[in-house]
Design a protein around this ligand. Structure first.
Ligand SMILES: [Mg+2]
Length: 262
């Protein structure tokens, strides 16, 4: 069961992990951006954006989101060192390696789901390339909508991996990279010997379940079933934590008098 981060011993352990060679990795929705009814309206607060940009001058910053990369970069309003989209499956600068067979499969699934869910008002099918998201937040009877969605997904061939979320079901090809694999690969790519990962959703549990001693997991929101070691009460607490991380890193810089970006 995760313990609340803003306590003496927990903060001491956390501070120990905050170093120039730490990868600071974040989910986007519900973590850096508050959850909104219309998923197209998500925004990162200016204050959060500016402290993230300061953080980028001191250490490596990555975003691992269920959204497409392009969508995520638009919401962030700046480009961190690494933005990985589609729950870990979509990487930058590898367009030649883009998993077109996965994109094709998702297109086929999208058409099938459109047909199957045509008479269910309120369900939105979002095609993101290497994955699909079925949103049902706007449905009059969300429970019924979820049953309909799961029934439609059961008919898909080949069977996809599904990841639940807050009023969303994500449909991912079975062979695609998940967030856990993506975080490990990101640490390697960016040359980081440890990571702190912040997330709020079921997809983020793949990272928390890695249970690596060099990965420090923080769940945004209290959830006794999370595999994360620590949690924050609410999304708004992320700003204070970001500010403290920047403060700790600046102190590192001063003590070593070899600051990265000055
Ligand atoms: Mg999230």
């Amino acid at each position: 069961m995760p313990s609340y981060l803003f306590q003496f011993e927990e903060l001491a352990a956390f501070t120990h992990h905050v170093a120039p060679d730490t990868l600071f990795a974040f989910d986007l929705d519900g973590t850096l951006a508050p959850i909104v009814i219309d998923y197209g309206e998500a925004k990162v607060a200016k204050s959060v954006r500016s402290v993230l940009q300061r953080l980028m001058g001191l250490a490596k910053v990555a975003i691992i989101t269920g959204r497409s990369r392009q969508d995520a970069i638009g919401i962030l309003g700046f480009q961190p060192h690494l933005v990985i989209g589609n729950h870990g499956a979509e990487w930058p600068g590898r367009s030649s390696e883009r998993r077109w067979e996965l994109v094709q499969l998702c297109l086929k699934w999208r058409d099938r789901l459109h047909t199957a869910l045509f008479y269910e008002p309120g369900i939105e099918i979002e095609f993101k390339g290497e994955s699909l998201s079925l949103h049902y937040r706007k449905c009059e009877d969300p429970q019924r909508a979820l049953v309909m969605i799961n029934t439609a997904i059961d008919d898909l061939e080949p069977p996809p991996r599904t990841i639940g979320g807050k009023y969303v079901v994500n449909v991912v090809p079975a062979e695609a990279f998940g967030k856990g694999e993506a975080l490990a690969a990101a640490m390697e790519e960016l040359g980081c010997s440890r990571a702190i990962y912040f997330g709020d959703d079921e997809t983020d549990e793949e990272v928390f379940r890695l249970a690596r001693s060099d990965v420090f997991g923080v769940h945004v929101g209290k959830n006794d079933h999370s595999a994360a070691t620590y949690y924050l009460n609410q999304q708004s607490e992320i700003l204070g934590l970001l500010n403290s991380m920047v403060g700790i890193l600046e102190a590192h810089c001063e003590s070593e008098s070899q600051c990265c970006d000055g």
